[in-house]
Design a protein around this ligand. Sequence first.
Ligand code: SAM
Length: 283
Amino acid sequence: MAEQNLYHEITEEGFGIAIEKDGENIFEKQSEFQKTEVFNSRAFGKVLTLDGLMMVTEKDEFFYHEMIVHIPMLTHPNPKNILVIGGGDGGTVRELLKYDSVEHIDMVEIDEVVIEASKKYFPTVSCGLDDKRVSVLVQDAIEFIKDKKDCYDVVLIDSTDPIGPGVGLFNEGFYNNVKRALKKGGIVTPQTEGPFAQSENMKKTYELLRKVFKNVAPYCSPMPTYPGGYWSWGFCSDDIQAPSIDFKADKRADIISKTCKLYNPSLHGAVFQVPNFVKDLTK
Ligand code: SAM
């Protein structure tokens, strides 16, 4: 077999994946925050990494973007104003635009290179970024959130890991600022790392979330190219309880499900039924 051209991701925990590259990088750019790279692959189509860490692939991004969006959005009865923190590839915004109730989305992404690369190489992911309901704000979300009060029905923290510019997004003061920006009945959903491969990060994150929000519950789902292939998100709210196993989403769920490869109404309450080790990590 010809010398394989492999992309390796080995995280701080010494865990990761390898993907056979189809040729060299088709995009590479260093910003003041991180290095964005894009390459083609037989197994996952185009792949985008930040500082060598896996972010988005054409083939499996739906697992992540459907989970971070449709669980909070279909639990909230009438979400109109949404904040996406990070999310520069546009996949989270794409899923949010499926809701007729959504009047406006602010997406606050610190690195315009991520947006540039996604628009150029991931049109099926970034397709919603030019929608008239979307404001793309290129700035640090830690600063952006400081003066917001009573603005958003749902806030999605679609961040990198707690490294580099993402460190400050896993922080009690930041979570308090996000909470102040919520309207009554609001829901916050951060991505909360890999339960198996990044258990320390996850444990620390839930200790902070539980200091800030009354109702906090993890939910989990597969995510093939993230460390351990198993990922988590947090359901956080002072006013709304996390969905139980017999949660019945309203008629929007059947409409949304028809546009999804993963989400369907029977999954909605089930994703909160987490393994014992995840309960222990997040109590
Ligand atoms: N949505 C992708 C996925 O499938 O998981 C990955 C997440 S998205 C690429 C993470 C984004 O968070 C990156 O584009 C990064 O630039 C952004 N980010 C990190 N720290 C930030 C900060 N302090 N303010 C705004 N955006 C930030």
